[in-house]
Design a protein around this ligand. Structure first.
Ligand SMILES: NC(=O)c1ccc[n+]([C@@H]2O[C@H](COP(=O)([O-])OP(=O)(O)OC[C@H]3O[C@@H](n4cnc5c(N)ncnc54)[C@H](O)[C@@H]3O)[C@@H](O)[C@H]2O)c1
Length: 256
């Protein structure tokens, strides 16, 4: 479809389903040399196997690597897995969770579990990839998955919004830390995208139709549209873009 990622080795966490899967496939469609598809296990929803098979079907090398993003050691092993193809060029820290109950009374253990995946996971993924890119002398690109929920708050998603707001700032801070080495760090903030997470998260699912009606483009986003935005951030076409949160929301945050 394009060759903007030509020659690049791309790692995507949380890539066995939803936006991660779409991002991994988009990387292949945009000419990546290899895609490392990672998730905590092989079989959530669509699955790591079918995702790697689809990428290989496009003529691009792919590997599934199990990694829990809340464990730094897992992420170090994940980044090392890219060395088989010449080392990581693009890290997409996509893995994230929501909670069934995430109001002001969010339970301590739920809050800590969510932060461990959404915020610690983004930090560990960026740290490990950034260190490896530096060692390889690569002008790499790190993309963190934030959310419109990290830009505006909601009483239904207290921990989630807090974690994603942290991701937006994490990208800015790491853009400064890694910038002198030629490594860019950005985040992407999707609006309402048509995924299982959106459909199955209580409260969010009900609110989604209202969001759709208020969205200037009057539709949900498709996962591939997030994958395309991330491909651009991963590519040299965005070579002077660092520290931003790219909002991909059909215009919703411009009007609410
Ligand atoms: N769907 C949306 O509309 C939307 C909007 C804004 C932001 N996001 C963000 O996009 C990302 C992906 O969301 P999605 O809708 O595709 O959800 P999803 O549940 O389909 O995918 C999330 C993936 O992360 C994996 N994961 C969970 N815990 C993990 C861990 N500890 N280590 C590694 N992987 C783990 C899951 O197994 C799953 O495959 C999340 O960060 C989410 O917050 C989604």
């Amino acid at each position: 479809m394009s060759d903007i990622l030509n020659g690049k080795v791309v790692i995507v966490t949380g890539a066995a389903s939803g936006l991660g899967r779409a991002t991994a496939i988009a990387a292949a469609r945009h000419g990546a040399k290899a895609v490392i598809v990672s998730d905590i296990t092989e079989v959530p929803r669509e699955g790591g196997g079918p995702t790697t098979a689809e990428i290989e079907g496009l003529g691009v090398s792919a590997r599934f690597v199990a990694a829990d993003v809340s464990r730094r050691a897992d992420i170090d092993a994940l980044v090392a897995a890219a060395d088989e193809f010449g080392g990581v060029d693009v890290m997409v820290a996509n893995a994230g969770i929501t909670l069934r109950s995430d109001g002001a009374d969010v339970r301590e253990e739920d809050y800590r579990r969510l932060m461990a995946v959404n915020l610690d996971g983004a930090l560990f993924s960026a740290q490990a990839a950034g260190e490896r890119m530096k060692a390889l002398g690569r002008n790499g690109s790190i993309v963190l998955m934030a959310s419109m929920g990290g830009i505006v708050g909601s009483g239904m998603t207290v921990a989630y919004s807090t974690s994603k707001g942290g991701v937006v700032l994490l990208a800015k801070a790491l853009a400064d830390a890694f910038g002198p080495s030629g490594i860019r760090v950005n985040s992407v903030s999707p609006g309402t995208i048509d995924t299982e997470l959106l459909r199955k998260t209580p409260g969010v699912a009900e609110a989604a139709e209202g969001f759709r009606q208020r969205t200037p483009l009057r539709r949900f986003g498709q996962p591939s549209e997030i994958g395309d935005a991330i491909a651009w951030l991963g590519s040299d076409l965005s070579s002077y873009v660092s520290g931003i949160s790219l909002i991909v929301d059909g215009g919703l945050l411009s009007v609410i």
